[in-house]
Design a protein around this ligand. Structure first.
Ligand code: FAD
Length: 447
């Protein structure tokens, strides 16, 4: 039964970065127009509580502007995080490491902007803090699928046998989205149901700095991020408060795009990772050995989709465009999606009668840039692991001793360039353009 005080009832599936950012965006922009019709929001999260995996998330210019626009800057500063600034800042050193002898640095990476390194649980906590009373969170609710009723209302079906209805269903349920599966099953486009294997396993872990300090007090990794590069493998080590975070990537390029039949995440003892990197340079070994155990993630991506919208159902964040983590932007893209979608839905010009055109507008605004970012991130992975077609170093006939320093410096320049776009753009200008299009939708409806 629809409640007349609400212009729309929105169901958000998934309380990760994207889902919570959307709830925060809807709450913020509806509050700015207290006389405008309200939106009832129900959020459904499969887990028993709102939580996240992983330590840090990099926030670049656009996602930072969104967090500012949603009024989070003060909270973030209060929690002791340094806000990002325009202009270059020191990033990781890139180093050739895939040989038993000492490696060498080939690229001193300057970040074009920030980024802000946010603690993931803190980000979720901050996003949740701005959610209005019109938004209810229901935990232990795993969406299994949905159908659209004759009156256009979406019927959500949960794994516990319960159901719920909404005017709009937003899928923020991550890379293995069951909403995306239902959507493309209904459209008869089964090739978009499953995410595909990126070809890369990420071994994630961390350890307290004190562990390294005992034997290697002057180790570079204590205070500086580093990308340790080699053929088909690379390692990112980064200081995070009193700890050092480690992600060891191992790729099988031929497996890219395949359906992966192993476990998506598994715990592995450190010996497995130590063995994988045993022929790499000595400086890396104490770092890899210091992690007690790793969780191994089979990184999956979503193939470019023909649409993010079908009828009253809309995809957001990883459900729409899960990408490899090699630019550190997947979460940021989910935040930008959430900002624009929340602002469009909350706008007084958006109503039940034109919401379908408004969702199509979201699709046209977000699908092209997120597809582009997904490809940029993939290309970075190829560069870090010496597999980019412009920088192939694996031909033993021409490179019996591996890549030269000059060749790697050229690669480093390309890596530097690949990050430049992260300092570009302006969320407010994007919104002005989006609002102009929304006005055209409303005008067309009036005629
Ligand atoms: C190793 C690694 C490093 C990364 N580093 C960065 C970085 O530095 N910066 C960055 O911006 N991004 C980074 N990312 C990407 C980032 O983590 C994701 O893009 C981001 O978490 C996507 O947010 P989301 O809300 O779309 O999905 P998720 O965070 O996956 O959230 C989905 C939510 O939906 C819930 N859910 C799932 N299925 C259902 C269901 N059927 N019913 C109900 N609820 C459901 C889940 O429990 C979860 O809470 C990294 C990713 C990896 C793997």
């Amino acid at each position: 039964m629809s409640d007349p005080q609400y212009k729309l009832r929105v169901a958000i599936v998934g309380c990760g970065i994207g889902g919570l950012a959307l709830a925060a965006s809807l709450s913020t922009f509806l509050k700015q127009n207290p006389d405008a019709p309200r939106i009832a929001v129900d959020m459904y999260e499969a887990k028993p509580e709102v939580s996240t995996i992983g330590a840090g998330v990099a926030i670049w210019k656009r996602s930072w502007q969104v967090l500012q626009d949603l009024g989070f800057e003060e909270d973030i500063v209060k929690k002791g995080f340094k806000v990002p600034k325009d202009g270059e800042s020191r990033g990781p050193i890139f180093r050739k490491s895939d040989q038993p002898s000492e490696g060498f640095d080939f690229h001193d990476h300057m970040m074009p902007y920030g980024p802000l390194g946010l603690h993931r649980p803190t980000l979720l906590e901050i996003l949740q803090s701005k959610i209005s009373d019109d938004c209810k969170i229901h935990t232990s609710k795993r969406l299994e699928g949905y159908d659209t009723l004759e009156n256009g209302v979406v019927n959500l079906i949960f794994s516990d046998g319960s159901t719920a209805t909404a005017d709009i269903l937003v899928a923020a349920d991550g890379v293995h989205s069951s909403t995306r599966a239902s959507l493309f099953k209904t459209l008869g486009e089964e090739q978009y149901i499953q995410p595909v294997f990126s070809g890369t396993i990420a071994y994630r872990g961390g350890f307290p700095k004190s562990k390294l300090a005992e034997a290697f007090p002057d180790h570079w990794a204590m205070n500086h991020p580093k990308v340790w590069c080699g053929k088909n493998m690379h390692v990112v080590s980064h200081p995070l408060g009193p700890s050092i975070g480690m992600i060891c990537y191992v790729s099988i390029p031929e497996a890219e795009g395949a359906i992966y039949d192993g476990p998506l995440v598994r715990e592995v003892p450190n010996e497995e990772v130590v063995r994988l990197f045993e022929n790499w340079e000595p400086d890396l070994h104490p770092l890899i050995k210091s992690v007690e155990s790793y969780s191994a993630w089979a990184i999956h991506v979503v193939k470019p989709l023909p649409t993010y919208v079908s009828g009253p159902v809309v995809l957001l964040g990883d459900a729409a465009h899960a990408m490899t983590p090699h630019q550190g932007v997947g979460g940021g893209q989910a935040i930008v999606d959430a900002h624009i979608l929340g602002r469009l839905l909350a706008h007084p010009l958006t109503s039940k009668s034109n919401v379908s055109a408004v969702l199509d507008l979201y699709d046209s605004l977000r699908r092209p840039p997120t597809e582009e970012v997904t490809e940029k991130s993939r290309i970075n992975g190829l560069m870090y692991e010496f597999n980019h077609p412009d920088f192939l170093f694996n031909d033993l006939a021409t490179h019996p001793d591996g890549p030269t320093r000059a060749e790697l410096e050229a690669l480093g320049k390309a890596v530097g360039k690949s990050f430049e776009w992260l300092a570009e753009g302006d969320v407010q200008a994007d919104w002005v353009a989006a609002e102009a299009k929304l006005m055209l939708i409303a005008q067309a409806e009036d005629q």
